[in-house]
Design a protein around this ligand. Structure first.
Ligand code: KIV
Length: 256
């Protein structure tokens, strides 16, 4: 699974053969330049998800419920989940664990919507977890994460994301669940893996946590491309003949 936030990336991920495309609420940080995933609105999520939908033809498309869509107002959760399906054309939604998670996820399931859970480090409520850090490093907190994942399976989630948990804990969860686990910073034993696309292709600046592997350095490519453009325009080298249009000389004479 990989994230996408616009049409061209949806097309590319689908062409590459990724199984699941997630329009993550990471949209807030990596695309909109907002300080927290809590800051992205439902309308912004729908706007970007619609664009990704136009590009994704084969992969499963999952819309990530932003904080305001279900945690701030649990009573609006079903309505907002339905927006992802009906307005944006998603196949499923994802939500992060929080106090009323099971209640809310159950209602969304009852509305016939497929739900992906998300446990371990849940960035929307990171302030209650001691910040953006690895979760489940002691037996008590690890057991909680295991229980959360099992509860989500019980109420009918089709998959669960495990974020920033020790490899051993992720293995226990993966072994215990019959639904697939998808890890991010959760080691190699998960059934699947997810990364934020901007991290994978190297356009997320200095953000470089341990779990990110940069498979490409697009920042470098973009910088050198743009610098070459500036240089050539200033030197009068671009546009050259090859990149310009001409008019028939006879037609031109009439103008003069
Ligand atoms: O918003 C997001 O990108 C996510 C993934 C990191 C799983 O939730």
């Amino acid at each position: 699974m990989l994230t996408a936030y616009d049409y061209p990336m949806g097309v590319l991920l689908d062409q590459a053969g990724v199984d699941i495309v997630l329009v993550g609420d990471s949209l807030a940080n990596v695309v909109l330049g907002l300080p927290s995933t809590r800051d992205v609105t439902m309308d912004e999520m729908i706007h970007h998800t619609k664009a990704v939908r136009r590009g994704v033809k084969n992969a499963l498309l999952v819309g990530d419920m932003p904080y305001c869509a279900y945690q701030a107002n649990p009573k609006d959760a079903v309505k907002n989940a339905q927006r992802f399906i009906k307005e944006a054309g998603c196949d499923a939604i994802k939500l992060e664990w929080f106090d009323q998670c099971l209640e809310v996820a159950k209602k969304i399931r009852q509305a016939g919507i497929k739900v992906m859970g998300h446990v371990g480090l849940t960035p929307q409520t990171a302030d209650q977890l001691g910040g953006l850090k690895v979760q489940g490093k002691d037996a008590i907190s690890a057991q909680k994460i295991i229980d959360h994942a099992r509860d989500l399976e019980k109420i009918g989630c089709f998959s669960v994301v495990l974020e920033c948990v020790p490899t051993e804990v992720a293995k226990i969860i993966t072994d215990k669940l019959s639904i697939p686990t998808i890890g991010i910073g959760a080691g190699k034993f998960c059934d699947g893996q997810v990364l934020v696309i901007n991290d994978l292709i190297g356009i997320s600046g200095s953000f470089n946590p341990r779990f990110v592997k940069k498979y490409a350095n697009l920042s470098g490519n973009i910088l050198s491309g743009v610098q070459s453009f500036i240089k050539e325009v200033k030197a009068g080298k671009f546009p050259d003949k090859q990149h310009s249009y001409t008019i028939d000389p006879q037609e031109l004479r009439q103008l003069k």
